[in-house]
Design a protein around this ligand. Structure first.
Ligand code: 13P
Length: 250
């Protein structure tokens, strides 16, 4: 089964509007003949600046989070309705920084996943173990659990708008990358879980990105693995010169 490669840039809490516009324009130019699926997820205040630059190009517009409710008394949160209005197509949910810095649990992430899907968004559901969990030999179980709980109650018909990103917490922003073999093993176990929940064909169709210190010089080796279908890139997505080689890996 051949799945498309999907390369996403998570800009996290970086860039001003002028910088974001410059990067978005450089990516549009640099990736216009790219063969894979692309996405960038700028911070909330940058989305309105970046949206018209990406419109009609081969780069999708993402957001990095959303609130678990449509609207209401949620000081400091951003609603799916507000994101939709700006042209956001995809929402990254359950990122390890949301889980471990802002204490989001699987139940909260699952509510966000279902709300975003109900509003027609594509969702990138992030899963990944912490260092002590990897050292304790429970990485697979952690990722399988986060996948199962994140997808709880997601209708089979909505699953085609779900992408899973495996991001081992110890590899994010550290320069340490999982070996292609270790990453592939986790991806395979996530695929098996999706297969168990939704049927083998659905598991085979699921796009599973790897994230954690992906760079131009390791992207091709990771993506060569059978179960690695793309990348969710942090640091190296902040410059066109470092993102384009990943996005256009051969
Ligand atoms: P780095 O590529 O900076 O390790 O970040 C990965 C990540 O968290 C993407 O969401």
């Amino acid at each position: 089964m051949s799945r498309p490669y999907y390369i996403a840039g998570n800009w996290k809490m970086h860039k001003t509007r002028a910088e974001a516009a410059e990067l978005a324009r450089a990516l549009v130019e640099g990736l216009k003949d790219g063969k894979h699926r692309y996405l960038v997820a700028p911070g909330f205040t940058l989305i309105e600046t970046v949206a018209p630059i990406l419109k009609g190009t081969n780069i999708r517009l993402g957001a990095q989070n959303c609130a678990p409710e449509e609207q209401g008394a949620h000081t400091g949160e951003v609603s799916v309705l507000q994101l939709k209005e700006l042209g956001v197509q995809t929402i990254i949910l359950g990122h390890s920084e949301r889980r471990h810095v802002y204490s989001e649990d699987d139940a909260l992430i699952n509510r966000k996943v279902k709300l975003a899907l109900a509003h027609g968004f594509e969702v990138i559901l992030c899963v990944g173990e912490q260092l002590h969990e990897r050292e304790g030999g429970i990485a697979e179980g952690i990722c399988e659990g986060q996948t199962t709980k994140g997808l709880d109650g997601v209708a089979p018909g909505d699953l085609e708008r779900v992408v899973i990103a495996y991001e081992p917490v110890w590899a994010i922003g550290t320069g340490k990358t999982a070996t292609p073999e270790d990453a592939d093993a986790i991806h395979a176990s996530i695929r098996r879980v999706v297969g168990k929940l939704y049927g083998e064909a659905a598991g085979e169709r699921m796009i599973i990105q790897y994230g954690g210190s992906v760079k131009g010089d390791n992207a091709a080796r990771l993506m060569a693995k059978a179960n690695i279908d793309g990348a969710l890139v942090g640091g190296a997505s902040l410059k066109a010169e470092t993102f384009a080689p990943i996005a256009k890996f051969a």
